[in-house]
Design a protein around this ligand. Structure first.
Ligand code: CUA
Length: 164
């Protein structure tokens, strides 16, 4: 079957485009270590005592592999005693080169989790657990920001991740 010249050109162009999108996905996954946010399950915000969120904080799972269990609420992030001064925005310390898996839920309204300069953007809906795992390869201080408007003091809802 003979293909028209223009049909061949367009088929090649479309094939090349799809191929380059697939390549970009593979590069993001394999080289930049990017993972998508995941719905981890449902939870009752009024009854967190028998859940993972009864023990907020930073847990070392293995070398360079950490877990951060965090509660979002009007208008702060809570990582328990691992966040430093109670009442102040939390400061989480992570060694450089670590992969950190965040587990976050909300106590009240919808919040967001965004970490400066990193590929994480979670929507924190009450009744749901959000999970995302990201690598921290560069030393520095990166703010954790609530990027969903959640009320009067939304702009005061932040924390810091110190990669050292
Ligand atoms: Cu929480 Cu905005």
């Amino acid at each position: 079957m003979a293909l028209d010249k223009y049909e061949r050109v367009w088929l090649t162009a479309v094939g090349g485009l799809i191929g380059s999108f697939m390549a970009a996905l593979m590069v993001a996954y394999l080289i930049f270590d990017i993972r998508l946010p995941t719905f981890e399950g449902r939870i009752d915000p009024a009854n967190l005592s028998n859940t993972k969120f009864a023990n907020l904080g930073v847990k070392k799972l293995s070398e360079n592999n950490y877990e951060v269990v965090m509660l979002a609420k009007m208008w702060s992030f809570d990582v328990g005693k691992d966040g430093g001064n109670p009442g102040a925005p939390p400061v989480v310390r992570i060694p450089k080169g670590s992969r950190v898996t965040f587990y976050v839920t909300s106590l009240d309204v919808t919040h967001g989790v965004y970490v400066e300069d990193h590929s994480i953007n979670l929507e924190i809906v009450p009744g749901q657990i959000a999970r995302q795992s990201i690598p921290f390869n560069r030393p520095g201080e990166f703010r954790i920001i609530c990027n969903q408007y959640c009320g009067t003091a939304h702009q005061a809802m932040y924390g810091t991740i110190v990669v050292e």
